[in-house]
Each structure stands twice: as structure tokens, then as C-alpha cells.
Design a protein around this ligand. Structure first.
Ligand SMILES: O=C(O)c1cccc(C(=O)CC[C@H]2O[C@@H](n3cnc4c(=O)[nH]cnc43)[C@H](O)[C@@H]2O)c1
Length: 218
């Protein structure tokens, strides 16, 4: 099985990167030692993620794409550092304000804002169980109590990232089976960088990714 790993930044997947070789001296493309798998570093945000996946898909065939990254959690039942499987992801800002209401892109008649994983982790490997979660994808990270209250009332997501729904969208367009795995680096709250646990989230995410890679190789 040829896998395309997709991450926004190198630090988020530093453990996985150490098992791959840079494809070219410049650029964010890495190849696994057995030449089977590719890792692309897209840059932060939906636009960068969608372009990078489309660009890679135009040149190479893969059987599966896996989005790896850290994320914020609205849900305090999910521990900081926990690794979760995102099953559904929404382009939360895509739509129109109608005074105090929000009209989704679906309600406007222009398309879809909710995208789902087309595979389950359990379809790929046995014995690695992760909590399943829903997510939203945003250009502007929530860091204000009123905007957090409003998005919980409207969509009640478990998690938030800046690429997830764009990843699902691009994979669906490319007919590329996809899953999204994220580790919680912070709770979505009034911005307080001191409480973020990026190191713990990255450590757990990479432990998971290396375990998955190992299981796929044996
Ligand atoms: O300093 C900041 O305010 C900041 C905000 C978001 C992300 C970062 C990063 O350093 C990592 C980039 C990566 O992390 C994902 N992420 C992590 N936490 C959140 C969140 O609460 N809301 C949305 N995205 C989050 C995101 O996918 C970025 O690509 C720094």
C-alpha cells in the first residue's frame, strides 16, 4: 500500500521525518527508505494544504492519504496530548452572515462544507484504537470567549485545525482514500499560549505515526 502522509509543518511530524529522506534539497517532500511512502509538508492553512495535495496527486498515485497534525480541542473530556481520529470535518467559515445568523454554503446553494474521512483507521491496521472526534477547520484560530460560545452553539465540534477539512476535500476530489489523525496541543479558549502542550501532542502523534508505519511494513 502506497501512503501519502500530509502535515502542515515539519515540527509536527519530526519523528516521522527522521525515518524519511528529503526528495529534493529544497521543498517539503520526503520519501520513505523503501520508496513506498511520501510525506509532504504543505504549510499552514487550507489553501496551502489543498494546493499541495492536488499538486502531489497530479504526479503520483497513492492508495491512502493520512493527515497528521496537532489541533485544539473544544472538548475538555479529551486530554491534552491525546491522539484522535477525525471522522468528520467542517469548513466552518464558508458561508454568509445574515445579520446575526450564519448561512452555510449548502444553504446558499453553492456546495458542501462538511467532509468525512473515507476510510477508518480500523480498516488499515488492527489493534490501534483511537477516540473518534468531529472537527472544524478555520482560517482564524478561535481565541475569544464570545466567538467560541457561538461556534459551539452552531456546530458543537470536538476539535479545531487549520487544514483538516481542506485535506478531506482535496482527497475526495482526487478520489484518494483518506483518514485524519490529530493530537490535542491545546484547548480552544481565550488565547493563552502558556497552557499549550505542543511538545506532548507532537510526541504522542509521532509515536502513533511510527507505530502505524511499522505495522504497515511488517
Ligand atoms: O500561535 C498560535 O496562535 C498558533 C495557532 C495555531 C497553530 C499554531 C501552531 O504552531 C501549529 C500549526 C498547526 O496547529 C494546528 N492547530 C493547533 N492548535 C490549533 C487550534 O487551537 N486551532 C486551530 N488549529 C490549531 C493547525 O492545524 C496548524 O496547522 C500556533
Amino acid at each position: 500500500m502506497r501512503i501519502l502522509f500530509v502535515a502542515a509543518t515539519v515540527p509536527e511530524v519530526d519523528g516521522l521525518v527522521s525515518k524519511f529522506k528529503k526528495a529534493t534539497p529544497t521543498g517539503g517532500r520526503y520519501i520513505s527508505a523503501d520508496l513506498q511512502h511520501t510525506l509532504i509538508i504543505t504549510g499552514v492553512g487550507m489553501v496551502a494544504a489543498a494546493f499541495a495535495i492536488g499538486h502531489e496527486h497530479a504526479k503520483n498515485h497513492y492508495d491512502l492519504a493520512i493527515n497528521l497534525g496537532i489541533a485544539g480541542s473544544f472538548d475538555r473530556n479529551i486530554a491534552l496530548g491525546e491522539v484522535v481520529e477525525i471522522t468528520s470535518d467542517t469548513l466552518a467559515e464558508l458561508g454568509a452572515q445574515d445579520d446575526s445568523s450564519f448561512l452555510t454554503i449548502n444553504e446558499l446553494g453553492f456546495g458542501e462544507s462538511v467532509f468525512k474521512a473515507s476510510k477508518k483507521l480500523a480498516d488499515i491496521v488492527d489493534g490501534i484504537e483511537l477516540r473518534k472526534a468531529t472537527a472544524i477547520t478555520v482560517n482564524t484560530v478561535h481565541g475569544n470567549e464570545l466567538s467560541i460560545k457561538k461556534i459551539i452553539e452552531r456546530l458543537n465540534p470536538n476539535m479545531e485545525s487549520m487544514e483538516g477539512a481542506a485535506f478531506f476535500y482535496a482527497c475526495h476530489q482526487a478520489k484518494l482514500p483518506c483518514i485524519q489523525i490529530r493530537a490535542v496541543s491545546n484547548y480552544v479558549e481565550k488565547r493563552n499560549r502558556d497552557t499549550w502542550q505542543i511538545g506532548l501532542a507532537v510526541k504522542n502523534l509521532n509515536t502513533f505515526a511510527l507505530q502505524l508505519l511499522h505495522r504497515l511494513e511488517v
